[in-house]
Design a protein around this ligand. Structure first.
Ligand code: CP
Ligand code: NVA
Length: 308
């Protein structure tokens, strides 16, 4: 059966853990190498990933391209606006055609249903490069970063501050699969998807929602935030006003556990969701997190091709 990676649940907790182990091993094996050099075993030699971007991207675009190169394969990057998809060719037909021409397809889009439709009609693996609902590849990199910095996932207390968005949904999903806890500090009216929260709780994670930022962050091992205005969202002024108390600043970081890590998927808006002092501070691991997009996605790709 074709393996799609639309959400973490498609792989399940054991496969996510296997991917993280693989990523750690492969990253260590190429320490000090130039970034474009292929891994010794080149496990995806002869494979091509077709990427479709309906929204802007820096990290997802470059990390998937570099991941394919390091695995011995290659990538094609397309933007919807310059594709026939942008002038009415159906998702289903696009899926069928790209399945004949490439070995896997990555899509970054708005409505998650578009990704599901692509997967339904594709005969090659389809990967989620971010939708309005979720961003599972980002969370694979986040988990890798947390483990690399010496924190075990089971029982970990992760605090999220700000908007209840796509990145948070995937963190909550990961919590249910890997048994860590999420303390969500979010203003009323900006809550995240209740379905993700219920599934994570059913999986044994504690997911708590707070309206006071210092309660959310109290004693947390990891503090995470993201933009208050995601791509495609309107009402920026109201969102920024509502979320202002949830800014991750030095005072709020001080309420977390000593040695807590700060994560941000980037791009960051300094002075809004995070201060310069925190993102540039000693607890911030955001540059490792960004690099880890490559290493984590290599293992996601290997899983999608049945190698893990
Ligand atoms: N974090 C992330 O997905 O970044 P890009 O939007 O640059 O891909
Ligand atoms: N929540 C952000 C993530 C960007 C990587 C967005 O969807 O715009």
């Amino acid at each position: 059966m074709t393996r799609h990676f639309l959400n973490l649940i498609d792989a399940g907790g054991d496969a996510v853990a296997a991917m993280l182990n693989d990523a750690l091993t492969r990253k260590a094996a190429r320490a000090g190498w130039t970034k474009g050099r292929a891994d010794a075993d080149a496990p995806l030699a002869g494979h091509v990933l077709a990427m479709i971007f309906e929204k802007n991207s820096t990290r997802t675009r470059v990390s998937f391209d570099m991941a394919m190169r390091q695995l011995g394969g290659s990538a094609i990057v397309m933007e919807t606006g310059s594709m026939q998809l942008g002038r009415g060719e159906t998702i289903a037909d696009t899926a069928r055609v790209l399945s004949r021409m490439a070995d896997a397809i990555m899509l970054r889009t708005d409505d998650h249903a578009k990704l599901e439709e692509l997967a339904e009609h594709a005969s090659v693996p389809v990967l989620n490069g971010l939708t309005d609902q979720s961003h599972p590849c980002q969370i694979m990199a986040d988990l890798l970063t947390v483990i690399e910095h010496g924190k075990a996932l089971p029982g970990l207390e992760v605090a999220w501050l700000g908007d209840g968005n796509n990145v948070l949904n995937s963190i909550v999903e990961a919590a249910g699969l890997l048994k860590f806890n999420v303390r969500i500090g979010v203003p009323e009216g900006y809550d995240s998807d209740e379905g993700f929260i219920e599934r994570a709780r059913a999986g044994g994670a504690s997911i708590a929602v707070y309206r006071e930022p210092d309660q959310a962050v109290a004693g947390a091992d990891v503090v995470v935030t993201d933009t208050w205005v995601s791509m495609g969202q309107t009402g920026a002024e109201a969102r920024i006003a509502a979320m202002a108390p949830f800014q991750v600043n030095e005072k709020l970081m001080a309420a977390a556990a000593p040695g807590a890590l700060f994560l941000h998927c980037l791009p960051a808006h300094r002075g809004e969701e995070v201060t310069d002092g925190v993102i540039e501070g000693a607890q911030s691991v955001v540059w490792d997190e960004a690099e880890n997009r490559i290493h984590a996605q290599k293992s996601v790709l290997r899983w999608a091709f049945g190698q893990l």
